[in-house]
Ligand binder design. Structure first.
Ligand code: NAD
Length: 483
């Protein structure tokens, strides 16, 4: 007998350990047929899940919370291998569980369609509104916060009564084992929440089998997914990349601004969508700002010993190359490195120390393309108009920061930056504040806010029951008048 032919998608994917550079884990991928089967099962079970009602769904979700608590050490341990971040992995699991608790508390209050009411345009008609959740929501997530970004859409979608087909990133898949155990511990959930393992091909199958898509990832992938969703006529909630600017005004508190910019730019090794990636500083304080932030950036310690230090290695090899390319491009065009300045291999991991770059301009990719690494390119400006022009000179519109002692002026300036959220006198506040609604502008995303109440309400379609209380209109009413 000949050897069985194994379709490529069954081939295990080799997964790289970001700390050692070794490929020490195999990801068994779901096949397109398997994914279609999972979607069909979820679709069949979702009707019962929705019929349970929000109060009973909360009971199931609370059971999941308990199961997650039980498996938290395993999930956090695997996350810390996936991302080479110990402290952040613990914070991330706690954050994901906090999110679940928050929606258990909030969702029932939000899920109360208005009372039956009389139509204002047709007085004899009573209106009853129903909210109908999507059947199968496909959630596709990236590698930078693997658990949090997998659950950020999954939890409110489940709460709303949708079923969820969840495909996390193939770059950081180890945490899925513990997550899956927590789901299996809650039989009611197993029917409506299924994990999909694999890369782009698995993602495509999710898009082809879902009734709505929540995607977090890069702009190029988001555009591809958006196009398929448009073709399939299903909604795509796309949360994509950014190139967040900071404007530091001449009256800013330099100590506070440099602390915030540094933390936002290099925390999590700059691998966050809302990292500050380009800094515009008033010329009057430019020298002082650059000196202060360089001193602080140079003092950041690397976690080459996993038990010590502040900043981990780069998670994704492909990203490390992009970061080096941006540094090389900037240097070739006249930029100067004040600290850091290259991606280097240490014990097999790829590291980039916080890198302050000056003499930069918008001809350089470091000022225009998403970096997703710990680079801090700084330009000076001489007028508010110039600062605004530079900040808005971008295809991205995720978020931004403004630093000034004059809050009113800062807010006035912030309202002219073409982004979905602005942190005033801090950086990346959107990763701490979950209850402010915000859209992603320009190519950073499209469709409803994932934050605030809208993060839950976007999973419903509105349906109207129109109840006639009088005799229906007859054809007599259709008589044309000759006068
Ligand atoms: P990516 O676009 O490469 O991949 C994201 C996910 O999409 C992965 O699960 C991948 O397997 C899947 N995928 C790839 N091709 C696909 C296809 N054709 N169809 C369906 N699925 C497909 O992004 P990444 O490198 O994993 O993540 C980094 C990006 O994510 C950055 O651009 C970052 O800014 C962005 N991000 C955005 C937010 C936000 O909230 N706006 C948050 C975190 C990360």
């Amino acid at each position: 007998m000949g050897k069985a032919i194994v379709a490529p998608w069954y081939t295990p994917m080799k997964v790289r350990n970001p700390r050692t550079g070794k490929y020490d884990y195999e990801l068994l991928q779901d096949s397109p047929e398997g994914i279609a089967q999972k979607a069909a099962e979820i679709r069949a079970n979702q009707i019962g899940w929705n019929a349970l009602g929000i109060e009973n769904r909360v009971v199931v979700m609370q059971k999941w919370y308990e199961a997650l608590q039980k498996h938290q050490p395993e999930i956090a341990r695997n996350l810390s291998i996936d991302t080479a971040r110990k402290r952040i992995s613990k914070v991330e699991t706690e954050g994901a569980m906090g999110l679940l608790q928050a929606w258990c508390f909030k969702a029932p209050k939000l899920l109360s369609p208005p009372e039956e009411r009389q139509s204002m345009s047709a007085n004899s008609v009573m209106i009853q509104q129903q909210w109908v959740p999507y059947g199968v929501v496909g959630v596709i997530s990236p590698w930078n916060f693997p658990l949090l970004l997998a659950l950020i859409d999954t939890v409110p979608a489940l709460m709303a009564g949708c079923g969820v087909l969840l495909k996390p990133s193939e770059v950081t898949p180890r945490f899925m084992d513990g997550l899956e155990k927590s789901i299996e511990a809650v039989p009611e959930l197993t029917n409506v929440l299924k994990l999909v393992r694999g890369g782009a091909e698995a993602g495509k199958s999710v898009v082809n089998n879902a009734d709505a898509i929540c995607f977090t990832g890069s702009v190029p992938t988001g555009k591809k997914i958006g196009a398929v969703c448009a073709e399939r006529f299903i909604p795509a909630f796309l949360e994509l990349g950014g190139k967040d600017p900071a404007i530091v005004m001449g009256d800013a508190d330099i100590e506070g601004a440099t602390d915030a910019v540094l933390r936002s730019a290099v925390g999590a090794t700059g691998q966050a969508c809302q990292s500050l990636e380009r800094i515009y500083v008033a010329s009057t304080i430019y020298e002082e700002f650059v000196e202060a932030i360089t001193k602080k950036a140079a003092a950041v310690t690397l976690t080459t010993d996993p038990e010590k230090g502040q900043m981990g290695p780069l998670i994704f090899e492909g990203q490390a190359q992009k970061i080096q390319d941006q540094i090389d491009d900037a240097l070739a065009k006249g930029a100067k490195v004040l600290c850091g300045g290259k991606v280097e291999s240490i014990n097999g991991g790829l590291w980039c120390a916080p890198t302050v770059l000056v003499n930069v301009d918008h001809s350089m990719s470091v000022m225009t393309e998403e970096t997703f690494g710990p680079l801090i390119p700084i330009m000076s400006f001489s007028s508010v108009e110039e600062a605004l022009k530079l900040a808005n000179d971008s295809i991205y519109g995720l978020s931004a920061s403004v630093f000034s002692k004059d809050n009113e002026m800062a807010i006035q300036l912030a309202s002219q930056i073409d982004v979905g959220a602005v942190s005033i006198n801090d950086g990346s506040l959107t990763n701490q504040v979950y209850d402010a609604e915000k859209n992603s502008f320009k190519e950073s995303g499209i469709n409803g806010s994932r934050m605030g109440d809208a993060g839950f309400l976007r999973f419903f379609r509105k349906k109207a029951m129109l109840i006639q209380t009088a005799h229906p209109q007859t054809m007599a009413g259709f008589e044309e008048s000759t006068s």
